[in-house]
Design a protein around this ligand. Structure first.
Ligand code: NAD
Ligand code: UD1
Length: 337
């Protein structure tokens, strides 16, 4: 069993992954600055697992503090979730996004290097496939364009970590390209808790279901897809969390860099997600067709062969369970965490 530093561990994906790491018997050290999360998430990780862990409230940009974390703990590997993730906001605040995500990662790499820790699992995104590649996305496809600063931070951090590996063969890097994580922990204690108006489909539907928003706006029904709405590869956050356990095992045993898709390989439309949620909450939910959202594509889903080959991992849950677990969290926590 290993001691894993989790950056951004109070966030949506980080908190669910902490649960899986603790349940698998790993020790964890969590750092977060709560810029997009709440301390309550950490309490709930402890409540679910019955286990305690060390936490540092800090910004990963602060190299001295990060260095101290490595000095005070013997860290075997890092899972790096900490980052800003709102696409629209990144267009308005590119400097803040590049600084937080890219400089933050550079500081983390420096702190790791100063302390001889050379194994990292990084939260990348399907957004690195850009708009020109055909679906399903395969890891070997070119990834050097994006439509927004957030996407470029992922493209650039993948490149930085690849270059670090090339400069020192002792490094081990796993670039996990997430598709669309939704759902929540089965306990109903942990889930997605966005600030303000949700940008993403699933938390928006959840807020319609709980009466906080009047209707879902469907961004376009004239795409070249079976029902005209955008198709995405939704993945249960617990499947995603489990994928991180495999990635940690992999970086502990191997050297070099691997990019791996974490998706289900199955595409679902906006209406598929809406109907699954309606089934879960037991009533029809109002929607209106709106114009397309700038930057959206018609199709996005993964080829999942590499995750199976390299990690022996496949997603287990379908859309119905994602909706049931997401609704269970929302109805128990209508105002979030
Ligand atoms: P989240 O916002 O819930 O979690 C990110 C966490 O990082 C938050 O707790 C935030 O407070 C923390 N953080 C941000 N900047 C920090 C800093 N400078 N120092 C310390 N802590 C900091 O987001 P999430 O959905 O859990 O996403 C986690 C990672 O996965 C992000 O890097 C995101 O870009 C990536 N990702 C997410 C999705 C998705 O749909 N949720 C898809 C692809 C990739
Ligand atoms: C978005 C980001 C992506 C990021 C991901 C996770 C964009 C263009 N892409 O992906 O970079 O990695 O979130 O944070 O923002 N939809 C509606 N109504 C809504 C919200 C969404 O119809 O209120 C539709 C969208 O048009 C899309 C689908 O639902 O077809 C999924 O949207 P969303 O949840 O925002 O995820 P992505 O756009 O795939």
């Amino acid at each position: 069993m290993a001691n894993i530093l989790v950056t951004g561990g109070a966030g949506f994906i980080g908190s669910h992954t902490c649960v899986e790491l603790l349940n698998a018997g790993h020790d964890i050290v969590v750092v977060d600055n709560f810029s997009n999360s709440k301390p309550e998430a950490l309490k709930r990780i402890k409540a679910i697992t019955g286990k305690d862990f060390k936490f540092y409230e800090l910004d990963i940009l602060e190299l001295d503090k990060m260095d101290k974390v490595f000095k005070e703990n013997s860290i075997d590997a890092v899972i790096h979730f900490a980052g800003l993730k709102a696409v629209g906001e990144s267009v308005e605040k590119p400097v803040e996004y590049y600084h937080n995500n890219i400089t933050g990662t550079l500081m983390l790499i420096k702190a790791m290097r100063q302390n001889g820790c050379k194994r990292i699992v990084f939260s990348s995104s399907a957004t690195v496939y850009g708009v020109d590649n055909p679906v399903p996305y395969v890891e070997t496809m070119p990834t050097h364009t994006s439509t927004n600063p957030y996407g470029y931070t992922k493209v650039m951090i993948e490149q930085i970590l690849t270059d670090v590996c090339a400069s020192d063969p002792e490094w081990s890097v796993s670039l996990l390209r997430y598709f669309n994580p939704i759902g929540a922990h089965k306990s109903g204690l942990l889930g997605e808790d966005p600030n303000g108006i949700p940008n993403n489909l699933f938390p928006y539907i959840a807020q319609v279901a709980v009466g906080k928003r009047e209707f879902l706006g469907v961004f376009g029904n004239d795409y070249d897809t079976p029902d005209g709405t955008g198709v995405r590869d939704y993945i249960h956050v617990m499947d995603l969390a489990n994928g991180h356990l495999c990635a940690v095992d992999y970086v502990l045993e191997h050297k070099g860099v691997e990019a791996v898709n974490l998706g289900t390989g199955k595409g679902s439309s906006v209406f598929d997600v809406l109907h699954a949620f309606e089934k879960a909450c037991g009533r029809e939910l109002p929607y209106r067709i709106l114009p397309r959202r700038a930057g959206d594509i018609a199709w996005c889903y993964a080829n999942t062969d590499k995750a199976k080959e390299v990690f022996g991992w496949t997603a287990k849950y379908g859309l119905d369970e994602m909706a049931e677990d997401g609704w269970n969290f929302t109805k128990n926590n209508p105002d979030g965490l």
